[in-house]
Write a protein that binds this ligand. Structure first.
Ligand code: AMP
Length: 436
């Protein structure tokens, strides 16, 4: 193999940092097929991202001339990290004696579980860019990974995921309708922490909207969504047009039984069939190992769990806790349509649920009395027109008979009408929840 120019980022923030870097460079230079051509100065940097309190990093970039292929050079880097005392599996963002990142290897492009070339985030890190500049490289001319990759065709999405699956990647899927907020981002971040690749889908799915519902008015803002996906760590954003998802002759639908009955299912006939159909279609395109759904839409979560079990999709449905505004309102894309007075009144939902949970904590076990506690709070807010208030079993959300309960989840939906357009808000709370 002819020699390639490769660049390696070095970092250390544990022990004698300079010594770790110097030793790694000596050991690299001693590897057959590797010549250390040039090394930048050593620079200091802070940890990027969240992690336990720790010291600053010492960083450098080395230019190598190597006949080793990328996988072999990576193996050398891993061996040197281990030799320096790095614990494996390395806990994310913990202090480490040595970190070696393969940044570039000739003009090789790779996207496997072990190795992404060029390195996915070199251009976001000053401790890499500074040394590269010092070595005289024109950063604007260097290749980058596009993150997130924006795809609009199901075929491209499937092909990208096939490549990742063949590269041994664990894929996480976060289906959304866009207009993303911190609630959605929490799902993406969770997936980022647990998976090798994260696919976020943004699709306002017409199948799950009934006549007269807010399909046309549903908020859409792809540019902002892309920035939020990037910040949260998405690898792909799939944002198809309706015609790409459903060709004109499309006529197959997933029908959902008991899980879709009552509550949202009763108020929005066909809604969960539309949800299950699009989710099944996304599962088939992406073939994720894990799919992330918010507890915010608790009945949807129950429907999707049932769907995955009944149709045998080989994946884990991961429930994610509700993210709330500081005053307790569950974040929702539709909150932007609340008028100021309704926005203030909207916290009545979470207050009602919390009041019932307090009663449960204080020893009240009777289903109807718990519901009465919540209903009394709701009745105190005339702006909220109640659609339903129920106490159901955890997980499957099965109806609970009257009488004593050992636990369960309270679910509420109400309409507010004084903003730009009527808004329906949903909320729910586990009686066992110990959050605020
Ligand atoms: P949507 O875009 O409304 O279809 O939501 C996409 C996903 O984000 C669903 O799994 C929702 O349950 C989840 N989600 C929406 N709002 C929140 C929130 N406030 N906290 C956590 N997850 C949420």
């Amino acid at each position: 193999m002819s020699a390639h120019r490769a660049y390696v980022g070095l970092g250390s923030n544990e022990g004698d940092r300079d010594q770790h870097l110097r030793r790694a460079l000596e050991r690299l230079a001693a590897v057959p097929g590797v010549k250390v051509a040039r090394v930048s100065s050593f620079v200091d940097s802070e940890l990027v991202g969240d992690g336990p309190p720790q010291g600053r990093f010492r960083n450098a970039v080395a230019e190598l001339h190597t006949t080793l292929p990328p996988a072999a050079l990576l193996a050398v880097c891993k061996a040197l990290e281990a030799e320096a005392g790095r614990r494996l599996p390395a806990p994310r963002n913990h202090p480490r004696p040595l970190d070696l990142d393969l940044l570039f290897h000739g003009d090789c492009r790779l996207d496997t579980r072990e190795l992404v070339l060029p390195h996915a985030r070199w251009h976001e890190r000053e401790f890499v860019m500074g040394p590269l500049r010092e070595l005289g490289l024109d950063l604007a001319a260097l290749p980058r990974q596009q993150r997130p990759i924006v795809l609009t065709s199901p075929e491209d999405l499937a092909a990208t995921c096939t490549g990742w699956l063949e590269g041994g990647c664990l894929i996480g899927l976060v289906p959304t309708m866009g207009s993303l907020h911190r609630g959605h981002q929490s799902l993406v971040q969770r997936a980022r922490g647990e998976c090798d690749r994260v696919v976020v889908t943004i699709f306002v799915n017409p199948l799950q909207f009934g006549p007269g519902e807010d399909f046309a008015a549903y908020p859409r803002d792809l540019e902002t969504d892309l920035a939020r996906c990037r910040d949260a760590g998405a690898d792909v954003v799939f944002a198809p047009a309706t015609a790409a998802m459903y060709d004109p002759a499309f006529c197959s639908h997933v029908s959902v039984g008991a899980a879709a009955e009552g509550m949202e299912g009763a108020l929005r006939p066909g809604h969960f069939s539309g949800v299950a159909t699009v989710v099944a279609r996304l599962f088939v395109m992406v073939r994720p190992h894990r799919a992330y759904f918010g507890e915010k839409d608790a009945q949807q979560l129950a429907v999707v769990r049932r769907l995955a079990r009944d149709l045998g999709f080989p994946l884990r449905v991961v429930p994610c806790p509700i993210v709330r505004e500081a005053d307790g309102l569950a974040m929702s894309s539709r909150n932007v349509y609340l008028g100021a007075a309704d926005r203030r009144a909207s916290t009545v939902l979470v207050q009602a649920l919390r009041a019932a949970r307090e009663a449960f904590r204080a020893g009240q076990r009777d289903r109807d009395r718990l519901l009465q506690v919540a209903a009394a709070v709701l009745a105190g807010e005339p702006r909220a027109a109640l659609d339903y208030l129920e106490l159901r079993s955890e997980g499957d959300l099965e109806p609970l008979p009257p009488g004593p309960v050992v636990g369960g989840r309270l679910l509420v939906a109400a309409r507010f009408r004084d903003g730009a357009r009527p808004v329906r808000l949903l909320d729910n709370l586990s009686l066992a929840a110990d959050d605020a």
